[in-house]
Ligand binder design. Structure first.
Ligand code: EPU
Length: 421
């Protein structure tokens, strides 16, 4: 296992390009299964999760080749309807092959995803949606088996759960509905840019979808889809992580090849914190010019502040004078980074789904343990500003979702290196 060692105290400065979006490309790769024909997907980041998905596509019988950010997927005629535990357990997003395989083959068996460091992550909404489309669901021996009764049929589906909408459930049901007979209406659909990207990819394959980006999706089933080419959107969470990196190090970064409108809530919060953010067409410039001010953040579905930037925001709050508050409304237990930040001197108190952060003058470098992808990013950010060296262990979490993070940070002036543990 590798670890990352960061020598804190460097001010980040320069220009950086954002990679393709992990959470957009994973469902799009699954959607490519909806046809026999080849699809060509561009701007694909080289990440562990993407490589796991490539393995899953191959284990299902598809041809998949990823070279220089370009992924060619050719599912062919003979797909197997089984997503095994050994692949699903390493990546929850594997569940999004359920909708496409059910739609194409009339049956699918997918291992139930296991536990997750960020808290319980049920798939009841995925199953509710597929059942409404006329599938029978059977759960046995840790696997979900979905079978279409004769043919999937369009339906009206309210896709709401305890915490509101669901990104991957919306994707799964949308992917099944595009080949179902008749019209499907999904109410309370997730509006995240990654869901919009999936809908646009499906439309390029010949699907009939209206309303992407709104909570009401209307889908008119078609008999067949075809292969297509598509360019994935930039990763808004990676872009946001660099924005926090600029703020926390008192730096000045031009973050390019991104979509500023996907980060309006984050830009707003950073500005309230006294950070200067200038928006351009496909870039933002982030500078810390004066004293930081405390923040009050609640994570909610898009377009509000994303849960996937909560930990990174906490790293900034940890060194912001005054008292900041974060309320986590998507995953109320997503606070595994709190004790680790505490080891670096951060003062964070948990109160149910809220974290109260008392800003300290300085953090001090320490050995810390990454528990999940975004928690790892927060520890790296804290390490960039801490006094002395921070060792982040279990960095495979970072490799799941950040492309070339050390190289990118090094190019901006950070002192960061990877070592074998
Ligand atoms: N939920 C249910 N039932 C379901 C599905 C979800 O109750 O059937 C609940 C969840 O427990 C959670 C909320 O709904 O409280 C939202 O979960 P959602 O389904 O939207 O999450 P997801 O689709 O499984 C994606 C991202 C996550 C990101 C969330 C929220 C991918 C591959 N993953 O997960 O990304 O946090 O949306 O935006 O797209 C990450 O990248 O680090 C990551 C965890």
């Amino acid at each position: 296992m590798d670890k990352i060692i960061i020598q804190g105290g460097m001010r980040l400065k320069g220009e950086i390009d954002v990679s393709g979006s992990k959470n957009a490309v994973l469902p799009i790769m699954a959607a490519a299964l909806l046809t026999e024909e080849e699809s060509v997907i561009e701007n694909v980041p080289s990440l562990w999760d993407v490589h796991t998905m490539v393995k899953l596509l191959r284990s299902l019988g598809a041809k998949a080749i990823l070279e220089n950010g370009c992924l060619k997927v050719k599912p062919g005629k003979n797909l197997k309807p089984l997503a095994p535990y050994k692949l699903v357990k390493t990546m929850r997003a594997s569940v999004c092959v359920m909708g496409p395989l059910l739609a194409r083959l009339g049956e699918v068996e997918v291992s139930l995803p296991g536990g997750c460091a960020i808290g319980p992550r049920p798939i009841d909404l995925h199953l509710k949606g597929l059942e409404a489309l006329n599938a029978t669901i059977d759960i046995q021996h840790g696997y979900v088996r979905a079978t279409a009764n004769k043919k999937l049929r369009g339906a009206e589906i309210y896709l709401g759960g305890a915490y509101g909408s669901s990104v991957l459930a919306t994707g799964n049901v949308m992917m099944a509905a595009v080949l179902a007979a008749g019209k499907t209406v999904i109410e309370n659909a997730a509006c995240e840019p990654e869901v919009v990207d999936l809908a646009l990819f499906l439309k390029k394959m010949g699907a009939k979808i209206l309303g992407e980006g709104s909570p009401r999706l209307e889908i008119e089933g078609v008999r067949k889809l075809h292969g297509t080419d598509y360019r994935v959107i930039p990763d808004r969470i990676e872009a946001g992580t660099f924005m926090f990196a600029a703020a926390i190090t008192g730096g000045d970064l031009l973050i390019r090849k991104m979509e500023p409108t996907h980060l309006n809530a984050v830009i707003d919060k950073l500005r309230q914190a006294g950070v200067r953010v200038d928006k351009f067409k496909n870039a933002v410039r982030v500078r810390k010019t004066g004293r930081l001010k405390p923040m009050d953040i609640t994570t909610l579905p898009y377009p509000a502040f994303p849960t996937d930037l909560q930990a990174q925001a906490m790293a900034l709050m940890a060194v912001t004078p005054g008292i900041s508050v974060i309320t986590e409304k998507i995953y109320p237990n997503r606070f595994m980074h709190v004790p680790e930040l505490g080891r670096m001197g951060a003062k964070v108190y948990l109160e149910g789904p809220s974290a109260i952060v008392h800003g300290v003058k300085k953090l001090s470098g320490a050995p810390v343990m990454a528990s999940d992808l975004r928690a790892s990013a927060a520890l790296v950010l804290a390490g960039l500003v801490a006094e002395g060296a921070t060792e982040v262990q279990r960095v495979y979490h970072l490799d799941r979702g950040y492309e070339h993070l050390e190289q990118k940070l090094t190019s901006l002036g950070a002192s960061i290196r990877r070592e074998k543990e």
